[in-house]
Design a protein around this ligand. Structure first.
Ligand code: UFG
Length: 337
């Protein structure tokens, strides 16, 4: 298949591009490079010994995206493009709604024009809002207790895709609800390269380890968890990338939602210890106040994806820490060194 990968130069996109190429697919990346680097694409090409077609356009600009894709053929779409910083979304809500919703609307219209019927959408466990059960399964209510505009854009995009499908019976979409992606390709050639101060735990830890930041701030220590710090389901980005390819290869008409997670929770301090154990580098930290909007715990029930997609997360948190460090230590300033 020739797959249009929107946001294909980003963290999830670059790893997904690599796995697509390894599975014999062709990749067409559409990216505006506002938070990503063409160097990521070049490195994926080197790792896969294959080439990637790239178009530079903002998917939220319909005419620009149409023009950029003129003359390009694709059989399916993996839609990852979007803004993703939770805190920033509370400061710039209209920008988040405009970018994340309009991009999906434009994409769906272009797919319909071209009669491209297969879509994999990058959703998030954030659509479950406040957990009502210990682990989160796909039939958990969606949309209640979401605490930020970013999270709402994911839930709204899911609804937009469902409504588009209802009006176009041949259309098939898979909504992938990611838990917490971490790690990097084991080569250390591609990885997560956040601009500015990292919002997420693993890139923050690896920047402390490499000396770019003094210490980790641990947000909150009195959650009702194993050690009082927040618990998440950390999934290796290579497992996540493989989940996209499994989803793509299982698309049928209709809409299906799947969790991509491991089913295992780890606390912030457990992640710190795993990182120290995997790399031999101390990660100084300080416990500070909880971050507004954070959950105590979010852990996937991944059985639906295991059973229906024939996919399972197989890499450990230790491997994710080792691979994050392989990336960070070889690229202390990211792609633009
Ligand atoms: N944490 C810290 N210090 C930091 C960063 C994070 O202690 O500097 C803690 C958080 O409080 C939380 C855990 O580490 O307990 C994980 O935090 P992340 O920011 O890495 O991830 P979140 O679970 O908060 O957010 C992720 C995605 C969002 C998504 C959300 C809910 O980044 O896109 O899961 O699904 F919306």
């Amino acid at each position: 298949m020739r797959v249009l990968l929107t946001g294909g130069a980003g963290y999830i996109g670059s790893h997904t591009a690599l796995v697509l190429l390894e599975h014999g697919h062709e990749v067409l990346v559409l990216d505006d490079f506002s938070n990503s680097s063409i160097e990521a694409i070049r490195r994926v090409e080197q790792l896969a010994s294959a080439s990637i077609a790239v178009v530079r356009a903002d998917l939220a600009d319909l005419e620009a995206a149409r023009t950029a894709l003129e003359g390009e053929r694709f059989d399916a779409v993996i839609h990852l493009a979007g803004l993703k910083a939770v805190g920033e979304s509370t400061e710039q809500p209209t920008r988040y709604y405009r970018t994340n919703l309009v991009s999906t609307l434009n994409l769906l219209e272009m797919m319909r024009e071209r009669a491209v019927t297969s879509l994999v959408f990058s959703s998030s466990a954030t659509v479950y809002g406040t957990p009502q059960t210990r682990t989160l399964a796909e039939d958990h209510p969606v949309g209640q207790g979401i605490t930020n505009p970013y999270g709402f854009t994911k839930a709204m995009n899911e609804q937009i895709i469902r409504d588009a499908q209802a009006a176009w019976p041949e259309f098939g979409a898979v909504l992938l609800r990611y838990f917490n992606p971490v790690g990097a390709h084991p080569s250390g050639r591609i990885g997560e390269d956040p601009s500015g101060i990292p919002n997420n735990l693993m890139p923050f830890i690896s920047q402390v380890a490499v000396g770019r930041r003094e210490k980790l701030m641990v947000f909150g220590s009195d959650y009702p968890t194993v050690d009082g710090t927040g618990v998440r389901d950390y999934i290796h980005v290579m497992d996540l990338a493989e989940g996209h390819v499994a989803a793509l290869e299982h698309i049928a008409a209709g809409v299906a939602a799947y969790n991509l997670g491991t089913g295992r929770g780890s606390s912030v301090l457990e992640v710190v210890r795993a990182f120290e154990g995997a790399t031999g580098i101390a990660v100084p930290y300080e416990i500070v106040a909880a971050r507004a909007g954070d959950l105590a715990e979010a852990v996937a029930d991944p059985r639906l994806a295991n059973n229906e997609l024939g996919w399972q997360a197989s890499r450990s948190l230790d491997e994710a820490c080792r691979d994050s460090w392989a990336w960070q230590s070889a690229n202390p300033s990211g792609f633009d060194a």
